[in-house]
Ligand binder design. Sequence first.
Ligand code: SF4
Length: 301
Amino acid sequence: MKNTSLTSRPGNGLARSEIPLADLIHVSEKEEPPSSGFQACSNGQTISPSLPSTSLNFQFPFKPKKVYSFPISPSSKIFYTNFWPGTSAEQWNDWQWQLKNRIRSLKDLERIFELSEDEREAASQHRDSLPVGITPYYASLMSRTDSQDPLRRAHVQVGQEFIRSYGEDDDPLGEDGSTVVEGLVHRYPDRVLFLSTGFCSTYCRYCTRSRMVGSTGKYRFGTERWNAALNYLRSHKEVRDVLLSGGDPLTLPDDRLDWLLTQLRSIKHIEFVRIGTKCRSSYPRGSLRIWSRSFGSTNHG
Ligand code: SF4
């Protein structure tokens, strides 16, 4: 997962929303896509997905290209024509189409790849967190026939995944021990890790947070947790750098991400907000997707 960094000092004209989170994100929850595990608001109302009043109005020095002018490689086109017949270029370039059509099961894997016995067995045994989840675009970059293809090895389960060696831990970075409120890891004085969601566009077999992505188990992501983390940050002035991660924050609906970023940027002592995301590689036009999420016009992604 790569970090996208936004830097800005307080007083740069960003919106300062005072709207409570609960008033903004009481959309009905679907397991996926995106962002499984969020709690619906108690009043159960539904809201419009666009919340312009909380937009950040970031100014970037370039204008992203229009959606459909983005080139699709011949190999991608052959791939989706074969496996998702009837799919248009517009759909292929649409991040939500990519999420909805992810490869999620042994049946899906068998439809795309020539599986080895090891892969088949591992996929049929797997339960709980870190399920298989691969966007069609990302699958198109993998070898269909070679189970040793590095990208495929990183995303399709194998039996070794179930072997637990001495010293291995569900929490290999020891983040749970530095968790100050649920979802907020404060290990170094001036920076924190803010875990925003348990959902990712594509699940990596090497994930150091495999315990909490896909199927989140005891780990919960929701409005209460976000608010508790924000309250902690407001009262800890030594924190100047927030790494927003998860799961993948760029799978959050625009209104939720926009709200969270706005709240973070309204805390005067926070100077940096970084976003850890895999969307740069798992969507077509992934880099553009980053800039189009909450940072500018949304009609290009
Ligand atoms: S959090 Fe998601 S995208 Fe990041 S490494 Fe883990 S599975 Fe991959």
